[in-house]
Design a protein around this ligand. Structure first.
Ligand code: ZN
Length: 156
């Protein structure tokens, strides 16, 4: 069967940037399993999954606007070092800010910290090498819940 809305899809992938550096890969892990139409993968990849079938191998290029978003300079913010309450702050540290938001420390000076609220892959063109390893229809429960149950899923 071909991938369409409400398919449960398993795939292996390697994700690289335009410089050819590998950012992420499922190699050595289980295939990634998701519900098509459930917005569990970036929109540009989900769109290019449509119509593919088990065994298909393809490359998908996803521009930032259809991936993790454009880099937004407004999300760079300087905050006083004092607001960290004496905690050691280093470049590369990440903090949870709100429920789904992570900020990264970009720079630390004597009394200020530059934080970046962009997704680490904001502004990056995503080059996926995809191999579809399984496609099945979602159960009514999976469609109602908007996620996959069973192996590869993460039901709570
Ligand atoms: Zn569920």
């Amino acid at each position: 069967m071909k991938i369409s809305n409400h398919s449960v899809v398993s795939f292996h992938y390697t994700l690289s940037n335009n410089e050819g550096e590998v950012i992420d890969s499922s190699k050595g892990h289980d295939a990634f399993t998701y519900l098509q139409g459930g917005q569990m993968i970036v929109p540009g990849l989900e769109a290019q999954m449509e119509g593919k079938a088990k065994g298909d191998k393809f490359k998908a290029v996803v521009e930032p606007g259809q991936g993790y978003g454009e880099f937004d300079i407004q999300l760079l913010q300087k905050i006083p070092l004092a607001s960290f309450g004496g905690q050691q702050v280093e470049v590369g540290m990440q903090f949870q800010a709100g429920e789904h938001h992570v900020v990264t420390v970009k720079e630390v000076t004597a009394n200020e910290v530059l934080i970046d609220g962009n997704h680490p892959l904001a502004g990056v063109t995503l080059n996926f090498d995809v191999e579809v390893t399984d496609v099945r229809e979602a159960t009514t429960d999976e469609i109602a819940h908007g996620h996959v149950h069973g192996p590869g899923g993460h039901h709570r």
